[in-house]
Write a protein that binds this ligand. Structure first.
Ligand SMILES: Cc1ncc(COP(=O)(O)O)c(C=O)c1O
Length: 371
């Protein structure tokens, strides 16, 4: 249907990367990394050059999120790794999960495989949001700030109490979707979304209460804690401005650049920019009869990942393939397991409103000129 599509040059964004994972890394950061020459890459992570970089990242996060009493821990493995680390080392007897997409589902599945803990499940049909809640039975609450697979964001954090640890996977929302993160005991994310990192790392903010829980479980000799999931080591290393084990230095470099840029603007301004971008995309979807928002309730519609359903008579995968082949737009396909005829579009901080405007005009042009 799109073989003969003509693409007006005025509609070509200046960066083709609209994927939700990983997100674009500004080419300027790559130039800056290159200019560090022999001073950083390939040097020891136990020596000042890399330790200072880790400290800058930690300080940048503390400033951005206005953290006061949380430890900032960093290690290899990403958010997927933390699902097991939380199940094995932060959950006493039972964790409660809120599932509204594939990532929250995988977190629940990871805990379900641990024989000595139980799980409770609140689950909705994909496309819907859900109300999160605490539970007397569970000692850990698992929340996903933004479901990257469906484009559902969370509306509220349940009340915290002394016996419950609230954990939040904030991977695709951290930085531009607000939540009461200071009430969350373990707020964590993989930084390859809004923080312009590459894959591989996890970043987590650990409250004193969560620290106490982790250290208590670790002292219980009956509990199995894999060598690579030692919470005490993660905490001790974070105090020394070190990652858990050998990090990707380029990744830390990119995240640090992004944090510096984001701290110049501040969280409030960045949230506002995210709102504007989301408004643009969702208004566009509502203005076209061949489009519709996958998430019907606006209160749950993500401000960082837009999911837009497309009329079945328009083959989305053919269009996205054509735009990729022309090097104009990359990676706006739906999450593969959802199997929907859908655009999934990143509105992460580095994706500019101007480029999103061009993207929506180009998609409308492509569809309308072939209908
Ligand atoms: C919400 C969410 N959680 C977890 C993950 C997994 O992250 P990683 O691949 O870094 O482990 C992703 C990846 O996109 C995600 O979007």
């Amino acid at each position: 249907m799109f073989e003969n599509l003509s693409i007006p040059s005025s509609l070509i964004p200046d960066d083709p990367r609209f994927g939700v994972g990983p997100s674009l890394i500004p080419t300027e950061y790559v130039k800056r990394l290159s200019s560090t020459g022999v001073k950083l890459l390939g040097t020891s992570h136990r020596k000042p050059a890399v330790k200072n970089l880790v400290k800058e990242v930690q300080d940048g996060l503390i400033e951005y999120f206005e953290l006061t009493d949380h430890d900032v821990i960093l290690g290899n493995g990403g958010a997927t790794f933390l699902w097991d680390m939380i199940g094995l080392g932060l959950t006493e007897k039972c964790s409660k999960h809120h599932v509204c997409g594939e990532f929250s589902n995988k977190w629940h599945a990871a805990h379900s495989k641990i024989p000595w803990i139980e799980t409770c499940l609140e689950k909705v049909e994909y496309g819907q949001g859900l109300i999160t809640s605490n539970s007397d039975k569970c000692d850990l609450i698992a929340l996903t700030l933004n479901e990257t697979s469906t484009g559902v964001q969370m509306k509220s954090v349940p009340a915290n109490d002394d016996s419950t640890i609230i954990c939040m996977d904030a991977t695709s929302g951290a930085g531009q979707i607000e939540c009461t993160h200071k009430n969350v005991d373990f707020y964590y994310f993989s930084p390859q979304k809004i923080f312009a990192g590459e894959g591989g790392l996890f970043i987590g903010f650990l409250s004193p209460k969560a620290k106490e829980r982790a250290l208590k479980i670790q002292q219980d000799e009956k509990r199995y804690i894999p060598t690579i999931m030692d919470w005490k080591l993660a905490i001790d290393n974070s105090k020394k401005n070190q990652t858990y084990n050998t990090p990707s230095v380029s990744n830390l470099f990119f995240i640090n650049q992004q944090l510096k840029d984001m701290n110049k603007l501040g969280r409030a301004a960045i949230n506002e920019m995210a709102q504007k971008k989301a408004k643009h995309i969702y208004d566009w979807a509502e203005s076209k009869e061949y489009l519709s928002c996958f998430i019907k309730d606006d209160a749950y519609r993500s401000r960082s990942v837009a999911t837009i359903d497309v009329d079945e008579k328009i083959p989305v995968s053919e269009l996205t393939q054509k735009l990729r082949d022309e090097n104009v737009i990359y990676d706006i396909d739906s999450y593969r397991k959802l199997g929907r005829n859908q655009f999934r579009i990143s509105m992460f901080h580095n994706v500019s409103l101007e480029n999103l405007e061009k993207l929506t005009q180009l998609l409308s042009h492509s569809i309308e000129s072939t209908l």
